[in-house]
Design a protein around this ligand. Structure first.
Ligand code: CLF
Ligand code: SF4
Length: 496
C-alpha cells in the first residue's frame, strides 16, 4: 500500500534510508528483538524512525522542583525544549482528548510524551492521571516522559504501572562542584537547598533513578545540555557513566541562552556551543555510547514529525468539534504502522546492499564532505529548496555517509524580505549552510541556484525522490570522479 504522508508530499521509493550508509553496522542491528520493537517506531530513540513517525507532547505539568540557570519559569522546561516558547497548560482530561484527536488524524503519531512546561514528576497527579487514562484508552500509543530526575526514584513504580517504556533524564553532570554552577537550588523535603549540597542530592537521585529504571527494563535516554566552560569537558565522563549503568542513548543538546529569554545564563552572557564544538563532543562521546544527533529541542506542546509543529491544527476549540471513533482509528493506525515498518525494512535492506557495494568498490582516497539535504520525511529527497524550514546535514567520506545534524532556516519562498542588517532571507539561508559543499533538494529556482554557486555550494536537484544516503553517496562519488576531493585538502566543516 502507499504510505500516508505528513506534509502532502508523496512517499518515497525504495532504497537505503538509515544513518551511516556505507558503514557495516546498522544503528539497530546489535539490539535484541524486544528492544528493537520498543524503539523502531519511536522518533527520538531511532534516527531511522524520525523520518517516518511523529511524536506529540501534552503540556500538563506546570510546576518544577529545581532551578536550572538556563531556564526562565515563564517558558517551557528547557531540559527538553527551546527556551522562548510558552505552552498552553492542559488538564489531564483535555490532554487525553487532544492525544486521541491527534492519533486519529495523524496515524504516524506513535509516541505521547510529557515534557513540561515544568517537570512532569514534580506534578505527579496530573502526569500520572494522563498516563493512566491513555494506557487504558489508547494502548497503541507509546508513553514517554522527560524529567530532571529529582523525584524519579519514588516515581519508578508508578511509571512501570502505566507501561511507560521510555524515560529521559536530563543529567548535566556527575560532580556537585559543576552542578552548583548549573543549579542554584532545588526544592527537597519541603525546603529549598542551595549550592553543592543541592547538586549532590540531585545527582544522587538521578543516578539512583537511572539504575532503578534499567532494573525494570525501561529504556532510558539521557539528555545533557552542553554549557561551554561549565560542563563541556565533563560530559564525556557523564556519557561513560550513564552507559555503564545501562542508559540506551545520550543526547547532548546545545545550550540556548539569549538575554531576551531572561535566564541567568542569558543575562550573564554565557554562550552556547558552536556547531563544531557540539559535533566534536558528540563524536568524543560516541565511542562509549549511542548518540542522538537528530533532536530538535521541541516545545512542551509539540505535535508532528520532529522539526515540524502542527499544534495549531489541534487547539482546544478545534478538538471539541472532532468526532473520534478510537477503535476504528486504532485499526487504521495498525495497518499504516505495518506498512511503514515494511518500507523501513526494505530500505534497511537496500541500505545494506549500497553499503556492501561501497565497501567492495575501490576505496576512495578522498576527504570528507558535508552536504545539506531538503526533506519533509520518509528518508528521501522530496523538498523544494525554497520550502525547507531546516536542512539535514550529512557527511560523506570514503567510509560512507553519516547523519551529522540539522540546521534551521527561514522559509525563503514566503517572501525574500530583507532584515535590519540588510541581509536577505536567501542570504541568511546560504550563510546557514556554510561549510557544506552541496545541497540536495527536489527542485530549486534560478536565483538561489546562482547564489549558492557563488557561495561555493553546489546545488543539485537531480536526485529528487531518491533515498538520502544513496543520493549523497552518488554525489560524493561524482565529486570524487571530477577530482574535486583532493585527499590532502583539509576537512571542511560548518562554523555557522
Ligand atoms: Fe518527547 Fe522527549 Fe519522549 Fe521524544 S522529544 S519526551 S523523548 S517523545 Fe525528542 Fe524532542 Fe529532542 Fe525530546 S526531539 S526534545 S529528544
Ligand atoms: Fe526549568 Fe526544566 Fe530546569 Fe525545571 S527542570 S528549572 S522547568 S529547565
Amino acid at each position: 500500500m502507499e504510505l500516508p504522508v505528513l506534509n502532502d508530499k508523496p512517499a518515497g521509493k525504495g532504497g537505503c534510508s538509515a544513518s551511516s550508509c556505507g558503514s557495516t553496522e546498522d544503528q539497530l542491528d546489535h539490539l535484541s528483538d524486544a528492544i528493537r520493537a520498543k524503539v523502531q517506531n519511536h522518533p527520538c530513540y531511532s534516527e531511522d524512525a524520525h523520518h517516518y513517525f511523529a511524536r506529540m507532547h501534552v503540556a500538563v505539568a506546570p510546576a518544577c522542583n529545581i532551578q536550572c540557570h538556563y531556564c526562565n519559569r515563564k517558558y517551557d522546561c528547557s531540559n527538553e525544549s527551546r527556551p522562548g516558547v510558552v505552552s498552553e497548560l492542559l488538564t489531564p482530561d483535555q490532554a487525553v482528548k487532544k492525544t486521541m484527536a491527534v492519533a486519529a488524524t495523524i496515524p504516524q503519531m506513535t509516541v505521547l510524551g510529557i515534557a513540561g512546561p515544568g517537570d512532569p514528576l514534580a506534578n505527579p497527579e496530573r502526569t500520572f492521571e494522563t498516563f493512566r487514562r491513555l494506557s487504558q484508552d489508547a494502548p497503541d500509543i507509546k508513553l514517554c516522559v522527560s524529567t530532571n530526575g529529582l523525584a524519579l526514584p519514588e516515581s519508578v513504580e508508578e511509571l512501570a504501572k502505566h507501561n511507560i517504556d521510555h524515560v529521559t533524564i536530563t543529567i548535566n553532570c556527575v560532580d556537585p562542584e559543576i552542578g552548583a554552577q548549573i543549579y542554584p537550588w532545588i526544592f527537597w523535603e519541603n525546603r529549598r537547598i542551595k549550592g553543592k549540597r543541592a547538586a549532590k542530592i540531585l545527582i544522587d537521585q538521578q543516578q539512583k533513578g537511572l539504575e532503578m529504571l534499567v532494573a525494570k527494563g525501561i529504556l532510558v535516554k539521557v539528555n545533557s545540555v552542553m554549557i561551554p566552560g561549565v560542563n563541556d569537558k565533563h560530559l564525556a565522563e557523564v556519557s561513560r557513566i550513564v552507559k555503564a549503568k545501562g542508559a540506551f542513548l545520550h543526547n547532548v543538546m546545545p545550550l540556548i541562552a539569549e538575554a531576551e529569554h531572561g535566564t541567568f545564563y542569558g543575562v550573564m552572557g554565557q554562550r552556547g556551543p558552536t556547531q563544531d564544538e557540539l559535533m566534536d563532543l558528540q563524536d568524543a562521546c560516541s565511542g562509549d555510547m549511542n548518540m542522538m544527533r537528530h533532536c530538535r529541542q521541541c516545545r512542551a506542546d509539540a505535535v508532528g514529525l520532529l522539526g515540524e509543529d502542527r499544534g495549531d491544527e489541534f487547539t482546544l476549540d478545534k478538538i471539541e468539534t472532532m468526532e473520534i471513533d478510537y477503535q476504528a482509528a486504532m485499526e487504521k493506525r495498525k495497518v499504516i504502522h505495518q506498512a511503514i515498518e515494511a518500507e523501513m525494512n526494505s530500505k534497511r535492506a537496500a541500505k545494506a546492499e549500497t553499503a556492501a557495494k561501497h565497501a567492495e568498490a575501490e576505496k576512495l582516497q578522498t576527504r570528507p564532505v558535508l552536504m545539506a539535504v531538503a526533506t519533509s520525511g520518509q528518508g528521501v529527497i522530496n523538498q523544494h529548496f525554497g520550502h525547507a524550514k531546516e536542512f539535514l546535514i550529512y557527511e560523506a567520506s570514503p567510509d560512507g555517509v553519516r547523519f551529522i545534524s540539522h540546521r534551521k532556516t527561514e522559509l525563503y519562498c514566503s517572501g525574500d524580505e530583507t532584515c535590519g542588517d540588510g541581509e536577505s532571507v536567501l542570504q541568511r539561508t546560504i550563510r546557514t549552510l556554510e561549510g557544506c559543499e552541496a545541497v540536495l533538494c527536489s527542485k530549486i529556482g534560478f536565483e538561489p541556484w546562482e547564489m549558492l554557486e557563488e557561495a561555493g555550494i553546489m546545488p543539485n536537484g537531480e536526485h529528487a525522490m531518491e533515498p538520502i544516503e544513496e543520493a549523497v553517496l552518488a554525489v560524493y562519488r561524482e565529486m570524487a570522479a571530477a577530482g574535486k576531493l583532493d585527499e590532502a585538502a583539509v576537512r571542511q566543516r560548518a562554523t555557522a
